[in-house]
Design a protein around this ligand. Structure first.
Ligand code: HEC
Length: 105
């Protein structure tokens, strides 16, 4: 009897937990030439989820991809551009940095 009551009390919590987990799951990356390249060139040293959890400006993405090339990622300049375009379009930094700065006049 006690066990049944306990189970009944816990069920809603379990349901809530499952919903929270589903909400936390990152959306899958949108398809594109950039994604194909990332899967081919970037995902063998680390999980691509590590890449898609970041948000950076185009300049910061370019710096990251450059760094990865120095580490051993084999990307041509053309591929680098495709990857940086893809990442800054889909995983860009919010533009609030400049908007948050109060105007000077
Ligand atoms: C030769 C191995 C290697 C390859 C290939 C590689 N990476 Fe990395 N990457 C690393 C290592 C090691 C780290 C962790 C060290 C660090 O954070 O600087 C890392 C960390 C990162 C991070 C998290 C740190 C940060 O600076 O934001 C991102 C994002 C990233 N890599 C993106 C990429 C992308 C995009 C590519 C493909 C162009 C790529 N990586 C290919 C080795 C690699």
């Amino acid at each position: 009897m006690r066990a049944i009551l306990l189970t009944a009390a816990l069920l809603p919590l379990v349901a809530l937990g499952a919903r929270a987990l589903a909400a936390d799951a990152p959306p899958s990356p949108p398809p594109g030439a950039g994604l194909d390249l990332i899967n081919q060139r970037c995902a063998f040293c680390h999980n691509s989820a590590q890449i898609f959890s970041q948000h950076k400006s185009a300049a910061a993405w370019a710096a990251t991809v450059d760094q990865m090339a120095n580490r051993g990622a084999e990307v041509s300049p053309e591929e680098m551009k495709t990857i940086v375009d893809y990442l800054s379009k889909n995983y860009g930094a919010p533009e609030q940095d400049t908007a948050a700065t109060p105007p000077h006049n």
